[in-house]
Design a protein around this ligand. Structure first.
Ligand SMILES: [Zn+2]
Length: 129
């Protein structure tokens, strides 16, 4: 193929740190690795399923969220990426709940506030164009 017919490539690097803490593993066990957002349960083989724990108020310096079960939800990788990108707000009734695991409203509020900030920043930069 001539060089000018090669498709353009876009190099992207995304860094995602998934901390699989003890509490995150507990939450995933309670939900049997079923996504609390979309209900999907990723089967890797007949005996292996996979899910990720998402901290609604992230751990680490910028957010200082606590590593407590009330701050963690069990999600599939797709929903996890969308949550990390703050792609959607978590609305009442959206989360699939199980006995033995409650999600604190203040951490849902924290997430939703982050979504709102991202949307406001995007609207600001669109208005400046
Ligand atoms: Zn999901």
């Amino acid at each position: 193929m001539p060089r000018d017919e090669l498709p353009e490539r876009l190099r992207m690097e995304v860094s995602r740190l998934i901390r699989d803490t003890k509490l995150s593993r507990e939450v995933k066990a309670i939900h049997d690795n079923t996504c609390q957002i979309c209900g999907y349960r990723l089967e890797l083989s007949t005996e292996t399923t996979y899910a990720e724990g998402h901290h609604l108020q992230p751990l680490g310096q910028d957010h200082s969220g606590p590593d407590v079960k009330e701050n963690i939800i069990c999600v599939c990788p797709n929903c996890h990426v969308k949550l990390d990108f703050r792609a959607f707000r978590i609305t009442p009734g959206m989360l699939r709940l199980k006995d033995g695991h409650t999600v604190a409203q203040r951490f849902i509020d924290y997430h939703n506030n982050q979504v709102d900030q991202r949307l406001e920043a995007a609207a600001d930069s669109a208005n400046r164009r």
